[in-house]
Design a protein around this ligand. Structure first.
Ligand SMILES: C[S@@+](CC[C@H](N)C(=O)[O-])C[C@H]1O[C@@H](n2cnc3c(N)ncnc32)[C@H](O)[C@@H]1O
Length: 351
């Protein structure tokens, strides 16, 4: 198995390809990427015959910033007969480990969405055929992915549940709450789903905790914190949503977020200020260096060029500075579904 299929945001194929090339090298696997601009996916082909399987098993999925979802595959299956796509796909499925379930995905482009009807219709007949041929087992650690690129071409492959995104195409489907003051609210919710395991929500996103929200107006992120029962210092010169202020859980502070220092330590810092990544990184270093918070979610706006390099530079700098101060931290970045020209960072201190 020497192909890896990687879902990404359309327009970020080069970043996704650069990243997988780097990280595959870290686990001793080398190869090259096939990309097409704005296709929303990358195929990485390894020189070693079993390189893709090795990457899937040895490279932690959480390290990937620009990949939303991935699976081990082979060259695309082409010339699928429109009257019987099941037979050739079933033959291809025999070459992969038995899976627990079948996941039909599309690529995240308009062309991809047009194939979602075909994907939906195909799920039941293909699942039935897989079951009849004993290619599905509830005990399997693998999930089978099928992505139609066109009506006659598809990628089929497997990912490990324990080392991939739990969501089809890596997209957590979230509903915009009617009462939230802005659409941006979904970004913080999505970040929590990515960075905080469900089992930890009751302790790490707990009622009674304190948070600071920098660049808070009109209040979408503050709304999420309030929903978790937290007390929030919302820092922004812009106006905050009135209903939020009436909850009694929000203190609106009209000042510059980069100058703000909390009077006492808080549990969470969240920051949605659009500014230079280096400036946001310095602020994060200062907050953790001074012990102002335990955990943070923040945005890094990407430059026009060298977007992957810029994120890596910020990540390395934050890690280096905080390690120098003797702090044990975990840092992660992800380009979330709700991120456009930016990535979301998460930082947590253990000591
Ligand atoms: C993308 S919006 C935030 C949206 C907010 N997270 C929400 O969910 O509604 C960015 C906000 O950052 C604020 N902002 C920009 N520079 C700032 C600064 N230096 N200090 C505080 N707020 C700032 C802007 O006024 C704006 O309201």
């Amino acid at each position: 198995m020497n192909h890896l299929f990687l879902h990404c945001r359309a327009g970020f194929e080069k970043e996704c390809a650069a990243e997988i090339t780097d990280l595959a090298g870290e686990v001793g696997v080398y190869g090259y990427s096939k990309t097409k601009d704005n296709s929303a996916y990358v195929v990485f082909i390894t020189h070693e015959p079993n390189g893709a399987m090795q990457i899937q098993q040895e490279l932690r999925f959480r390290k990937l910033i620009f990949t939303r979802q991935w699976f081990v595959t082979q060259a695309p299956i082409t010339d699928l007969p429109v009257t019987d796509r099941v037979t050739p796909l079933l033959a291809a499925a025999q070459q992969f480990p038995i899976a627990r379930e079948l996941l039909l995905e599309t690529v995240d482009t308009n062309d991809g969405k047009e194939l979602s009807g075909l994907s939906k219709k195909f799920t039941a007949p293909f699942s039935t055929a897989l079951r009849k041929n004993q290619l599905i087992s509830v005990k399997s650690p693998w999930r089978l992915h099928l992505v139609f690129i066109t009506g006659t071409e598809a990628y089929l492959g497997v990912s490990l549940y324990s080392n991939s995104s739990p969501w089809p195409m890596g997209i957590a489907r979230l509903r915009l709450p009617k009462e939230a003051p802005s659409r941006a609210t979904l970004k913080l919710e999505e970040a929590w789903h990515h960075f905080v395991p469900a089992a930890d929500w009751d302790t790490r996103l707990a009622s009674g905790m304190c948070a600071v929200d920098l660049g808070a107006a009109p209040g979408g992120w503050t709304w999420q914190l309030v929903q978790r029962g937290m007390y929030v210092e919302a820092v922004d010169n812009g106006p905050m949503d009135k209903n939020l202020l009436e909850t009694g859980q929000v203190l609106h502070i009209l000042t510059d977020g980069f100058m703000y220092e909390p009077k006492k330590k808080v549990d969470w810092l969240v920051c949605d200020i659009v500014d230079k990544p280096a400036r946001v990184s310095s602020m994060i270093i200062q907050w953790f260096g001074k012990g102002y918070c335990r955990e943070a979610v923040f945005n890094l706006k990407l430059p026009m060029k060298q977007r992957y390099l810029e994120v890596k530079k910020c990540e390395e700098r934050i890690l280096k500075e905080l390690t120098k101060l003797g702090l044990d931290v975990d840092i992660q970045f992800k380009q979330l579904y709700h991120d456009r020209e930016e990535v979301t960072g998460h930082l947590r201190v253990f000591k």
